[in-house]
Design a protein around this ligand. Structure first.
Ligand SMILES: Nc1ncnc2c1ncn2[C@@H]1O[C@H](COP(=O)(O)OP(=O)(O)OP(=O)(O)O)[C@@H](O)[C@H]1O
Ligand SMILES: [Mg+2]
Length: 285
């Protein structure tokens, strides 16, 4: 059996292996070694008889920020939720194709979905703290997955996560207070801390700042920039400026299809497809 590191080094986007990769476009972009963290291969997704994703093939590089953009209803959230199998709970769905995390198919029979979701955390548009204390919100995943061996370790990991989410200074003296007493922007950073506490590899964010004011949005954007050193991040956003500011790669979707994926700067200055250009210049959407 291959170890995880052997699997990911097989996926390094250089030389011969790169030419075999599902998405060939980044081999021209940099000579630097780049590892694929998530590989979506010919993915089709159905809600009952309605097909929401058509034959999506997309490689998501490790420790970079990838943005999903496109008009409402084009399938961004469906794809994002497919990456940690959050769609599984919706009755009548069907998925075909593959999504691989470090080369292993997450839809393979026998995949432990709880472990998968601790490796791939998620932050939603509307912050959803539990009606518990600030501390208990962040400790939640550690408790459920039995990840802290002592109370000291639990405290340390809660503190570490709150610091990573740039919230520690604002809450360190009120950890026992209800999370619901925090402001909207603080609640969203708390949800980010909760996702980080289990030390995932990947963080999926579905419009994480769309309900926030400009200052709270800026904080979340700065935070996302800092997190990419340690995490692979995928962010869905409706805000084109936000995609341009925070992400390094952008994927544009339209009617359930992936129209174009490239380096963000290229996408916004010299898109390859007319449809992308029309969308980013505001001609529709
Ligand atoms: N639970 C569901 N049951 C049935 N159809 C759904 C469900 N969720 C989404 N869809 C449909 O799948 C398609 C893609 O929806 P999705 O939510 O992925 O779009 P989106 O790009 O995230 O849109 P938005 O920008 O509005 O959030 C839409 O046609 C939507 O109506
Ligand atoms: Mg959505």
């Amino acid at each position: 059996m291959q170890t995880r590191s052997a699997v990911s080094s097989n996926l390094t986007l250089t030389g011969r292996v790169a030419r075999q990769s599902a998405e060939t476009s980044f081999q021209h972009e940099s000579a630097e070694d780049r590892t694929i963290k998530i590989s979506v291969e010919q993915l089709n997704f159905y809600y009952g008889r309605s097909r929401a994703l058509h034959d999506i093939t997309l490689a998501i590089p490790a420790k970079r920020i990838t943005a999903f953009i496109g008009p409402s209803g084009c399938g961004k959230s469906t794809l994002l939720r497919s990456i940690n199998r959050m769609n599984d709970i919706i009755p009548g769905i069907r998925v075909d194709g593959h999504i691989k995390l470090d080369g292993e198919d997450i839809y393979a029979p026998g995949t432990d979905v709880v472990t998968l979701r601790s490796r791939i955390g998620m932050v939603f548009q509307k912050s959803n703290p539990f009606p518990r204390s600030i501390f208990d919100n962040v400790a939640y995943g550690l408790r459920v997955n039995n990840l802290a061996r002592s109370r000291t370790e639990m405290r340390d990991r809660v503190e570490e996560s709150l610091k990573q989410a740039a919230l520690w200074n604002e809450v360190k003296d009120r950890l026992k207070e209800s999370a619901l007493a925090l402001s909207g922007g603080q609640q969203q950073r708390l949800c980010i801390a909760r996702a980080l506490a289990v030390r995932p590899d990947v963080v999926l964010m579905d419009e994480p700042a769309s309900a926030l004011d400009p200052i709270a949005t800026q904080k979340i954007e700065e935070l996302i920039g800092e997190l990419k050193e340690h995490y692979t991040i995928v962010i869905v956003t409706h805000n084109m400026q936000q995609a341009a500011r925070v992400s390094e790669r952008t994927a544009f979707f339209w009617l359930g299809k992936l129209i174009e994926v490239s380096e963000t700067e290229k996408m916004f200055t010299n898109p390859g497809e007319k449809l992308t250009e029309d969308y980013i210049t505001g001609r529709f959407g």
